[in-house]
Ligand binder design. Structure first.
Ligand SMILES: *Cc1c(COP(=O)(O)O)cnc(C)c1O
Length: 392
């Protein structure tokens, strides 16, 4: 196939490879070359590439009904909403097409609640290095380095404070504050977990000051951290949660969930042409049903243990840094070695791996990853690191 570079906007530095198919832990290019995939569409392909259950669900639904319009109910929409409500502390769902859109919804919901019930309070406290998406409002809520200069003027009303610092949060709160919004593991920042003292403290502050606690579980939700939702690892009940990425198993699906008393949207406040369409929600239903099967999450935790063990050995051998994260969202500090170079060398060895920071590798395989695939990944990573070490 002729590469039509010029027809695609350059929003990412892409390798020349064109991918044509995928199966489980592997992606294949047009020459049949296989790549072991530890990126999985950016922690999106929960069940790996082209899982039979997902193919079946999408195929069946495509034959039955693709889109009746967002202003009518459809079966998979209702079933998936019921399932998410049943398995979480939240009471209602709004389905969206991307994580950013779900977060926009969360911001709107918080502001509406502020107008109705908190004297027009609208400010949302967010965190340095946080990532909430690429729309104008979600970029404004993000604390990614360098973004403060882009696409100005930004959307007003987001106050940034350092992560895991309760005192900073306390100092940032004023009469106009309506919510605190955070990731429980800051994924794009390099897999930085919230510490439990901090999150428990945030919940206490939110209760005391009548603020909404919004958790962005777009990367951490749907089994990724070894429980269905990451907030379940802590003794907390957030007021609002957003889901994306893994919820659709690869297709564009996201969700905004909230507790009943904060569900204040009225008809006309929120919507979108594709929201809750049965093709995507059928995929989401297939994914969550698979994850909820007995033993699935235990398998995720077992694989996490194994991956951490193998990474620890590697870190010792090459004198790299710490391993952090939960479940199958893990990072390895690479110390003085450039993680982006490691990822590039890994690509040459047909391993897809992500370096969210210059000195950190991120591991986000399918939740169905097998121990032997972890072994193979480690083998390829050893090679890549060894080559880089020789160069230095
Ligand atoms: C990926 C991500 C988003 C944005 O999701 P999109 O589907 O890319 O819009 C928001 N928040 C977090 C934590 C993410 O990881």
């Amino acid at each position: 196939m002729k590469l039509l570079h010029n027809a695609i906007m350059p929003i990412s530095q892409r390798p020349e490879t064109i991918f044509v198919s995928g199966k489980g832990a592997y992606l294949f290019d047009e020459h049949g070359k296989s790549f072991l995939d530890f990126v999985q569409g950016w922690a999106v392909n929960t069940l790996g590439h082209c899982h039979p259950v997902l193919i079946e669900a999408i195929g069946q639904q495509a034959q039955q009904l693709i889109n009746p319009s967002p202003s009518f109910y459809n079966q998979p929409m209702v079933q998936l909403a019921n399932k998410l409500v049943e398995k979480s502390v939240f009471d209602q769902v709004f389905f969206a097409n991307s994580g950013a859109e779900a977060n926009e919804g969360a911001i709107k919901l918080a502001r509406k609640w502020g107008q109705l019930d908190k004297n027009n309070a609208y400010k949302i406290i967010c965190f340095d290095q946080g990532f909430h998406g690429r729309t104008l409002a979600t970029m404004s809520a993000s604390g990614k380095a360098g973004w403060n200069k882009l696409f100005n003027p930004k959307v007003d009303g987001f106050v940034k404070v350092p992560f895991n610092n309760l005192q900073a949060v306390n100092q940032a709160i004023d009469q106009q504050t309506v919510a605190i919004m955070l990731e429980l593991i800051q994924g794009e920042a390099g897999v930085i977990p919230v510490n439990s003292e901090f999150i428990l403290g945030l919940q206490a502050i939110a209760k005391e000051k009548n603020l909404l606690l919004i958790v962005d579980e777009i990367q951490t939700g749907i089994g990724r951290t070894g429980s269905l939702f990451c907030y379940q690892h802590f003794d907390i009940e957030p007021d609002i949660m957003t889901l994306g990425k893994g919820i659709g198993g690869g297709v564009p699906l996201a969700a905004l969930m909230a507790k009943k008393s904060f569900c204040c949207f009225e008809p006309g406040d929120q919507g979108g042409t594709y929201n809750g369409n049965p093709l995507m929600t059928a995929a989401g239903l297939a994914v969550i049903n698979e994850i909820l099967k007995p033993g699935f999450l235990k398998q995720v935790n077992d694989c996490s243990q194994y991956l951490q063990q193998r990474l620890t050995e590697m870190s010792k051998q090459f004198q790299l840094g710490e391993i952090r994260g939960r479940g199958l969202l893990l990072a390895l500090e690479t110390g003085s070695l450039n993680a982006v170079s490691i990822a590039n060398y890994a690509f040459e060895r047909q391993l897809l791996i992500n370096a969210p920071r210059a000195n950190c590798l991120r591991f986000m395989p399918a939740l169905t990853v097998l121990p032997e695939e972890i072994d193979l990944m480690i083998e390829k990573l050893y090679d890549a690191i060894a080559v880089l070490k020789e160069e230095i």
